[in-house]
Design a protein around this ligand. Sequence first.
Ligand SMILES: [Zn+2]
Length: 483
Amino acid sequence: MTKVVVRVPTPLRGFAGGQRDVPVEATTAGAAVEALCHEHPALRRHLYGSDGALRRFVSIFLNDDDIRNHEGESTPVRDGDVVSIVPAIAGGSGAARAAPVDAPPLTGEELRRYSRHLLLPEVGLAGQRRLRSARVLIVGTGGLGAPAALYLAAAGVGTLGLVDFDTVDASNLQRQLLYSTADVGRRKLDAARDRLAGLNPGVRVVPHEQRLDSTNALEIVRQYDVVLDGTDNFPTRYLVNDASVLTGVPNVYGSIYRFEGQVSVFDASRGPCYRCLYPEPPPPDLVPSCAEAGVLGVLPGVVGVLQATEAVKLLLGIGEPLIGRLLLYDALAMSFRELKLRKNPECALCSPRATQKGLIDYPAFCGVPAPGAAVPSGVPEIAPKELAAALAAPDPPLLVDVREPEELAISHLPGALPIPKGEIAEHVDELTRARAIVLFCRAGSRSADATKTLLDLGFSNVRSLKGGINGWARDVDPSVPVY
Ligand SMILES: [Zn+2]
């Protein structure tokens, strides 16, 4: 038998006893993953579908190459090989691509502002004018979009389109340096426009205050030279990718999870697209959202600046773009790894035999549910005040807290039984079907999923607390901290 290491990605390490590298003995890449699941059975449903095949949003790499480029799961392994599991995570050219140089020469003020660029032969006067005439669309002005927007504005990219419809929340300030404390409560696009204008008044900021969907994405994306994917959810990520392929505008991809990031450039004319890597998004219960999972504040700064770097290179037509390469950044190990990506000759979107000719809206199944669709349809809810009355009456309902252990230290409700959402199905024996049950989480989304799980398992008297424990704090007990 051959000794290899299976590298488990952070989102799944909880199912592998917290280990990053699990040594196994196997003769093929597929057998190595099987051996891992044999040792840690809880991993199996995350990696394999009910048909026993590997899930389509899970990629397996042998050292730095996708096994799909070799013999798939039958690819033989050698002693010391590393078999990496790379799941999709939510949470962003050549000279021919480069933006054209438009007329007026740089002004005196511009010469001073960009002097450190002008000293680089790879940029120079022509390159700086190219940047000034360039247009970059940043989808999402959160953790990734905020640092990218700052650096692109500073670099003199003439037109920055920003897509967002959120307001600044105090919890954004830990990583989204585009905003200041005084901006809390303001619309993000207003705050961003002011900050970017203060940084560089020569930049035109075009606000797109709307949710990207199948009706508007093509129209918006085609107005730009490069799109920078700063989204935190799968529906928008697939829309950005698909609009990029269909319009021919390259897509600078970035994603983050806790302490890890991914960066690549998807330009279907010269390499793979995101669907070549992950043909379809994962179902919601297998991927925690960025907000639920937490993220180290500096991480999106690193990843967003890497994306900005790739965007500037594409616009200038210099260097080696990250086309066909997936860069993995691990902040805890402080390591960068690079995996090779190849075009999927069967890709439904970008291959010659493509079957997908338009955009797809994925409203229901993503790590972050769409606003207004935060609760799976048909899940019964209870309002905080209604719950307060029920708890004060005879036969109060059983409270089940489906949040993660770290969150219990922030706030809690007395008497609540803690069972993390992902483990609810394994703990049904602790719940009596005779008594009413109310599940709650931070804001109401995870508890709705867990309520649906219990309903599917035959429970009938179960409801989800609307707005979560934060809603309870607002409507019933202001002494409970909101986070
Ligand atoms: Zn493709």
